[in-house]
Design a protein around this ligand. Structure first.
Ligand code: PMP
Length: 434
């Protein structure tokens, strides 16, 4: 069955298929961190549905919440009508939000995917400000629909002004850390204020508190606070894309809590649906200038996703899983730094909470005379991914050069599982180098 399914998929499915290429497995059962394939092999899943599975696969509280809706006879499709399930989800979500948004916020249910919520956020700030341009960051990823693509890294769109994101030691401004962040912030101010070469007043700025697909780049807190000041003082709405960073992943319930900023719009998806498709934006009520029906969509009322999501949010909150992610993530980062000390091909280890990146580089090509760090090594990263899979560990690659091994384990990861994940990764790195 295993080989036949893989063969038929490769024949019939679009050439655009992604994960299925690097992870040729056929999952048939899953629980927590573990996936079982049709070939009977078991894998530790550190991809977690691209960061969706905060509680891992098939967590009992999620299954129970879904069953309750199924058994209740409630309609599964209700467009965007009010239901008890939606009410419970909204109440639970608001209990987790930064206070200003919980007290003065509105929620808008969007289409099923993160990219749908990004579209809604972009359209909302354009409608509210009457302006069109957007500020977005180098290395960003916001989705695959046209508007979201326009504000993602690499895409060219005249209406988007791309700003430096002070990520890690490859910061385009030559210096990582606080000084790079300050330079990046000054550059942003300069662009906005320069009457000659400057940018027309934009409709908004969209930022990920930690870039995920971009290669796990945590934004420095001080820089995010500067972005908040820069946008607030110029009446530019600030959109935080927490699609991947939300629901405890980075060690706080929402990643903006690290810096203490309160954005004007938050874009939420992935984990808020408890493994089912759900995407919303939450924003200050002063921005709620939509005319009724100005933004719509058939699938804005997924009852099963709302029930699974509410159960997930409650479980993370009641069990302090964000704090747990912070402690466990810090421990894992420390271990990985030890691994990096043994392997010059690990150029950097970075992350926040259980959103961790290990960057593979080619140390032979480091140019000390010019101060250039060793270049990314995508072939080695792909080899590490393959070796991980051979050892029953699922990891994904990210970053502009696909040279960053990403770990996004569920927040329910136990200490023993963390050790098993790190052991397999260490073995895979050693094997990939030979
Ligand atoms: N924003 C961020 C920060 C993401 O990581 C992603 C997905 N990886 C998206 C938006 C898009 O979400 P979706 O794939 O559900 O459209």
């Amino acid at each position: 069955a295993h080989e036949g399914i893989l063969r038929r998929q490769s024949l019939r499915e679009s050439a655009a298929r992604t994960y299925a290429r690097s992870l040729p497995i056929v999952p048939v059962r899953a629980r927590g961190l573990t996936i079982e394939g049709a070939d009977g092999r078991r894998y530790l899943d550190c991809l977690s549905g691209a960061g969706t599975l905060a509680l891992g696969h098939n967590h009992p509280v999620v299954l129970e919440a879904i069953r309750r809706v199924l058994d209740s006879g409630a309609p599964l499709h209700v467009l965007d009508l009010a239901t008890p399930v939606k009410d419970a989800f909204t109440t639970e979500l608001f209990a987790t939000l930064p206070r200003e948004l919980a007290e003065h916020g509105r929620i808008q249910f969007c289409g099923p995917a993160g990219t749908d919520a990004v579209e809604a956020a972009l359209k909302l700030v354009r409608t509210a400000t009457g302006r069109t341009g957007m500020l977005a960051f180098d290395g960003a990823y916001h989705g695959m629909t046209a508007g979201a693509l326009a504000v993602s890294g690499g895409a060219q769109d005249v209406r988007v002004t791309r700003l430096p994101y002070p990520h890690n030691y490859r910061c385009p401004y030559g210096v990582g850390g606080e000084r790079g962040a300050e330079l990046a912030a000054r550059w942003t101010e300069h662009l906005l204020d320069d009457p000659k070469g400057g940018v027309p007043a934009p409709a908004g700025m969209i930022v990920e508190p930690v870039q995920g697909e971009g290669g796990v780049n945590p934004a420095p807190d001080a820089w995010l606070r500067r972005m908040r000041e820069i946008t607030a003082s110029r009446s530019i709405p600030l959109i935080a894309d927490e699609v991947q960073t939300g629901v405890g992943r980075t060690g706080t319930f929402w990643a903006v809590e690290h810096s203490g900023i309160v954005p004007d719009v938050m874009v939420l998806s992935k984990a808020i649906g408890g493994s089912l498709p759900l995407a919303v934006i939450v924003y200050r009520d002063s921005l709620d200038v939509w005319k009724p029906g100005a933004h719509a969509g058939t699938f804005r009322g997924n009852q099963l996703a709302m029930a699974a999501g509410a159960a997930t949010l409650a479980h993370v909150r009641e069990n302090g899983l964000a704090d747990r992610a912070a402690v466990l993530g810090a421990g894992m980062l420390g271990q990985l730094q030890g691994l990096a000390a043994d392997h010059p091909c690990i150029g950097d280890v970075r992350g926040r909470g259980l959103m961790i990146g290990v960057e593979l580089v080619d140390p032979e090509r480091e140019d000390l005379s010019s101060g250039n760090p060793a270049p990314p090594d995508p072939a080695l990263a792909a080899a590490v991914q393959r070796e991980c899979l051979r050892r029953g560990l699922i990891v994904e690659l990210g970053g502009r050069h696909s040279s960053v091994v990403r770990l996004l384990p569920p927040l329910t990861l136990t200490d023993e599982q963390a050790v098993a994940v790190l052991d397999r990764l260490a073995d895979a790195v050693a094997a990939a180098r030979t």
